[in-house]
Design a binder for this molecule. Structure first.
Ligand code: KG4
Ligand code: ZN
Length: 353
């Protein structure tokens, strides 16, 4: 089975071809960084237009890379949500059009399920496993019990971790995207600020919060600027302090989730990490550490498959097609689409899907 995956829910226009024996036949990503850089963040309207401009060529490049025609496909899988709705609509319409014209099965999958099942594409991970999903739009800890069976142990009550990195970078004038910029600045630190807050640390639940940390950073930056002390060295020390604080929070919450998951699922196979923040090397090192302490493997897919991509969407489609599922052409794109639809909503404003 060969499936075409299409991803357009944020600022990556992507297409991939994946076979059900876990081979990635082609994987093309057009990152819209240049379009959004002048604004220091992703602008939804610009993203939607850019998907419209680039999706045709991205899919064609993907077919050419694999040397396949649409007639060779066994199905088309697209991100049906959650995400920036303009982009999702572009992808869903494209997927439906190809499926209709070529008379192929069509499925709309949850973008988060794409992230959640990536470790099965890369490492053949066995259920159940604990997933730390940390990106610009999402920050949650889930037990992946099976395809379509997700138990959320915790999520952010305000910002996602990647969003916190992006906002911190903007505040310190470090550029976009923020995560890599903060990490690079932090590498030059000589005396990291160690006194930034670690929100939610030690709490018995597995939720996250980053808005207090961001406010603390803003106050520090403002005070340093007012005193005329905000030079490159200070910026590096602040970036390192901020990175350490975020990583501390992610590690504390993940360790708590591992405790719960190991108790409830004695056959827990791994701690899996996904999302753009998973590229952070300090986070990876320290996750390795807590995974080892709890006697599970850490599975960290390669960076390209941790950030938004279409191979994970094709794979999620393969898992669903294998179960005999497909979507109708009346599928409506979903701006919000939690993985665990039965779970009660967390309290707090702006809870991420
Ligand atoms: O998964 P992704 O590509 O897109 C979303 O679905 O959000 O994640 C992008 C996020 C951005 O917020 C970016 O700043 C963050 O991942 N990121 C990092 C690093 N590389 C990317 N955060 C921390 N450290 C990094 N090295
Ligand atoms: Zn994502």
């Amino acid at each position: 089975m060969v499936v075409l995956g299409i991803e357009s829910s944020c600022d990556e226009t992507a297409a991939a071809l994946v076979a059900d024996d876990r081979r990635i036949l082609a994987d093309v990503i057009f990152a819209q960084i240049a379009e959004h850089t002048p604004y220091g963040g992703v602008v939804p309207e610009i993203a939607a237009r850019a998907h419209l401009d680039h999706l045709d060529a991205t899919i064609q490049a993907c077919m050419d890379q694999a040397g396949l025609g649409f007639a060779d496909l066994d199905g088309i899988s697209v991100t049906g949500g959650p995400g920036l709705i303009g982009g999702v609509i572009v992808g869903v319409m494209m997927g439906k059009a190809i499926a209709l014209a070529q008379n192929k099965p069509f499925i709309a999958v949850n973008h988060l399920e794409g992230h959640a099942l990536t470790a099965r594409l890369t490492d053949d991970a066995a259920f159940p496993y604990l997933l730390l999903l940390v990106s610009g739009g999402h920050c949650q800890l889930l037990v992946v019990e099976g395809v379509g069976r997700y138990r959320r142990l915790g999520a952010t009550i305000d910002d996602a971790a990647g969003e916190a990195f992006d906002k911190a970078a903007k505040l310190m004038g470090l550029g976009f995207p923020g995560g890599p910029a903060v990490a690079a600045a932090a590498d030059k630190a000589t005396a990291p600020y160690r006194d930034l807050p670690r929100p939610m640390k030690g709490r018995p639940d597995c939720n996250f919060s980053f808005s207090g940390l961001k406010t603390a950073l803003r106050q520090r930056v403002d005070a340093l600027r007012a005193d005329g002390h905000f030079d490159d060295a200070t910026r590096a020390n602040l970036a390192a302090g901020f990175q350490q604080a975020v990583v501390d929070c992610l590690i504390d919450r993940s360790a708590r989730a591992l405790e719960i998951a190991k108790t409830d699922y004695p056959d827990l196979s791994a701690l899996v990490i996904a999302g753009g923040v998973a590229a952070n090397k300090h986070l990876r090192e320290r996750l390795q550490d807590i995974a080892g302490r709890h006697g599970v493997r850490l599975l960290a897919p390669p960076g390209r498959l941790c950030t938004d991509n279409a191979a994970m969407i094709a794979w999620a489609g393969i898992e669903r097609f294998r179960m005999g599922e497909r979507s109708g052409f009346d599928f409506a794109p979903r701006p919000r689409w939690p993985l665990d639809e039965q779970a009660p909503r967390l309290m707090g404003a702006g809870v991420k899907a």
